[in-house]
Design a protein around this ligand. Sequence first.
Ligand code: CUV
Ligand code: SF4
Length: 631
Amino acid sequence: MSDQFISIYQTSEEQLLEKAVQDGVETMWDRKAAMKAPCGFGEKGICCRICAMGPCRISPVAGKGAQRGICGATADVIVARNLARMVAAGTASHSDHARDIAHVMHMASRDGNFKIRDEKKLLDLASEWGVKTEDRDIYEVAHEVAEIALNEFGKPFGTLRFLERAPEKRKKVWDDLQIRPRAIDREIATILHSTHIGCTGDAESLLHMSMRTALADGWGGSMIGTVFSDILYGTPVPRETESNLGVLDEKQVNIILHGHEPSLSEMIVMASLDPEMQKLAKKVGAEGINLAGMCCTGNEVTMRHGVKIAGNFYQQEMAVLTGAVEAVIVDVQCIFPSLVPITECYHTKFITTSPKAKITGATHIEFHEDRALESAKAIVREAIENFKNRKKEKVFIPTEKSSGVVGYSVEAIIKQLDKVVNPHIDPMGTIKPLADVIKAGVLRGAVGIVGCNNPKSKHDYSHIEIMKKMIANDVIVVTTGCAAQAAVKAGLTNKDARKLAGQGLATVCELVDIPPVLHLGSCVDISRIMTIVGEVAKHMDLDNSDLPVAGIAPEWMSEKAVAIANYVVATGIDTFLGITPPVTGSEEVMDIMTNRVEAMTGAKFFIEEDPHVLADKVLSRIEEKRQKLGI
Ligand code: CUV
Ligand code: SF4
């Protein structure tokens, strides 16, 4: 099934790239070619432009050429500083997204556009955080909880609240290492301060700081993003969806929703269902309004509404190339500025909505949360009215699409696991069945496969190859972000993909009624993965690092991914990177990341660009962990 997918998929991609040539459109591949070989210094992380005495670049050959920057910074310090800044930027992105969601919850009201959809989750969180709930209006509770969350970003004292959710053994590791993050913004600011010229000059200290800041992402910003989105927009449940550019529909107004925060996309979904908008679509000669998601926004709306997925990161230009898209609506993150020139070649409107991500040449229609639906309708109206400008002769929509199941929140997974619980023997509603099959060896382990697309690797190839190898070897896969969309496109989130699984995993899938690859959502939803691993560890009275689990980022590219990788390792989970990070210019940093950090956190980084070799390494590491546990 997926081999077939890869070949079909490449064909449709090739067809669109041919169309790009015909239409005189430049794509990322043209720009990648124009870039020629990447800068060797940048690639190794040994270029510093932190102060104006530089830029300084360190000769990669020891003893030859400049071995220190003008201030005396060594390659180790320069590499570690650059990496730390990537972590800070990634943490800032996930967390600033979460902050906006918390603000939305703070303005939620019974008669407003934003409501509380998962009251139970809110009440549970309220009691976790010591907020009084009896005899109180649910919105009053929501506002108090939201305010506490907002204070997590800047509180002067204490450490982050969600860290308490981790297993005791992990908390001890964090305490011993002194890496419990304090306020989220504080950790980001500390890195920016410490990497200023003339501050920290010690690679290990910088990596230590990076882990603490990254934890402020995974157990702070990202977790707030996930939990608060669930409370506001509903905790996802499994549902069917379709993915790939074939979801675009020639007869309808096609709107691409691209970016990250669900607040905008939720309102666009509501606006598109509005009778007034539907009527307008008919009036312009369309059969209806077809929303299609992209990147993490695509994951958010497919999990909660079954909105189809147009594709992942690398397909944003491709979608426009079809000539069938009336509007690309974006908020923040992972948006190519090239959407300006490329949309200009077609009738497509490129609409930015966030003051945090304005793009020269795009149409900016600001999304105001306080009049959210009204703002969303204005945006949708633009798209509908653009339908008449579509040029038939420029339309080519590839037919390929696959179906799949998405929306496995932790709650949904536990509900599926309940199917195999005998209530006379075991409690319902726990992670125990998963722990049991791992212990028994029916499942050898579990991996999270996450992250982006990167033109350094063939599109989706590494994601899919690694996923296939994992499931064939009885390792269950949970996935988020663009990796998750690759999985849906390849048919791997289909229940019948169990035929590609090993016997143990196939049996589990059948009994529990799940696909072998579980779509858990967007990148901030990696916090769901942290939660599951933590729950299994707690159940087995182990630490995360004891478990036969791993994180894999086969095609990562963003600073957010660097933050994620660091918090995953700091959480005790080995992380395999399919793209080499810019750290090879420092032996010290390489040694810490791929070796010494294990003595600190119980986990380390593996860097391996060949997806098949990477998969083998994951499998042998999983077996190693099993052996250590004697299971
Ligand atoms: Ni946030 S960060 S390309 S959309 S996964 Fe997709 Fe996911 Fe990477 Fe961006
Ligand atoms: Fe050069 Fe040091 Fe300035 Fe970096 S901080 S640019 S290494 S002088």
